[in-house]
Design a protein around this ligand. Structure first.
Ligand code: HEM
Length: 273
């Protein structure tokens, strides 16, 4: 049986990260037993690692002068990121800091780390959902699709009004409301097909009263609702990825600013060397 090369790579990188972590713990122990100020040097190591992690943003922007492959940078980013809690723990002697400023710094580091882990999950899971959808969407073209589906449905509905008296008017309002409204922030955070299912079930409840012509229209509207819902879902998942990157970056820059202030404060306290 052949092992998947990605599994092998993951195994190799995890093993290497684990070994580096064990090595760092050992060096710290030895250093502390000899009364070296290991925390000071670990602080610089952590700051360097964070700077390197943040440099991933610059690498993504550099398209002309490339330094290493994107895939290589991403792999390094992930494993270096996963190593930071060990260096952070050793730096703070596995204790939550007492000072207010240090607590804010530790808090922002923790949230940035957790956002990275969450992003790893998102970037692995969402593309699989997107490829399973029956529609494709360029993020910026969502509005175009929104209006085109709404206009198609309005023409269908206009044609059906008056054809079967009361029957069509009963569902028209709900269909128009669904197609003219944007989704709420809750949908973007947690997209579901609940509304689509409810509306389609509602439309289907009219099947038995409908003439052959109106039945065809109901089916057409059902397809439009499903298509609009697929675009909404696509849009929401892409938005989630963008919002996550934005948050991860905002946390990164805030943390870098605090790290810089922390370095200045530490040197002020220690005096010159
Ligand atoms: C703790 C310090 C960390 C910092 C300062 C940091 C910083 C960054 C930066 C600057 C980017 C580039 C964003 C962009 O321009 O698009 C990025 C992307 C990313 N980070 Fe982190 N990160 C950290 C930890 C982590 C961790 C622990 C993980 C997961 C194990 C992680 C996973 C990711 C992923 C998946 C991306 C997006 C890669 C892509 O474009 O597909 N990060 N991070």
């Amino acid at each position: 049986m052949r092992t998947n090369p990605f599994t092998l790579r993951r195994l190799r990188n995890s093993l290497l990260t684990g070994l580096v972590a064990i090595g760092l713990c050992w060096v710290t122990e030895v250093g502390r037993s000899r009364f070296y100020d290991v925390s000071f040097y670990l602080g610089y190591l952590l700051a360097g690692m964070i700077l390197f992690l943040a440099a991933f943003n610059l690498r993504k922007k550099l398209t002309t002068f490339r330094v290493g492959t994107s895939a290589g940078w991403l792999q390094f980013h992930l494993y270096l990121g996963l190593l930071t809690p060990v260096v952070f723990g050793l730096h703070t002697s596995w204790a939550w800091p007492n000072g207010k400023f240090e607590q804010v710094l530790a808090g922002i580091y923790t949230v940035t780390f957790l956002s990275g882990v969450y992003g790893l999950y998102l970037t692995r899971k969402l593309p699989r959902f997107l490829t399973r959808l029956p529609v494709e969407l360029i993020y910026e073209q969502y509005d175009q699709q929104f209006h085109s589906i709404k206009n198609e449905a309005t023409s269908e509905i206009r044609a059906s009004i008056g054809m079967s008296g009361d029957v069509s008017e009963k569902y028209v309002k709900r269909v128009i409301r669904f197609l003219s409204r944007r989704r709420t922030i809750f949908y973007y955070l947690w997209p579901t097909i609940y509304k689509r299912r409810r509306l389609i079930n509602h439309l289907r409840s009219y099947h038995r009263y409908a003439s052959a012509e109106e039945y065809a229209r109901l089916e057409r509207l059902e397809q439009l609702i499903a298509r609009r819902d697929d675009y909404d879902f696509h849009h929401a998942l892409q938005w989630k990825l963008r919002a996550w990157i934005f948050g991860h970056l905002a946390l990164t820059w805030s943390m870098l600013a605090l790290v810089l202030m922390h370095l200045v404060l530490v040197h002020l306290y220690r005096g010159s060397y």
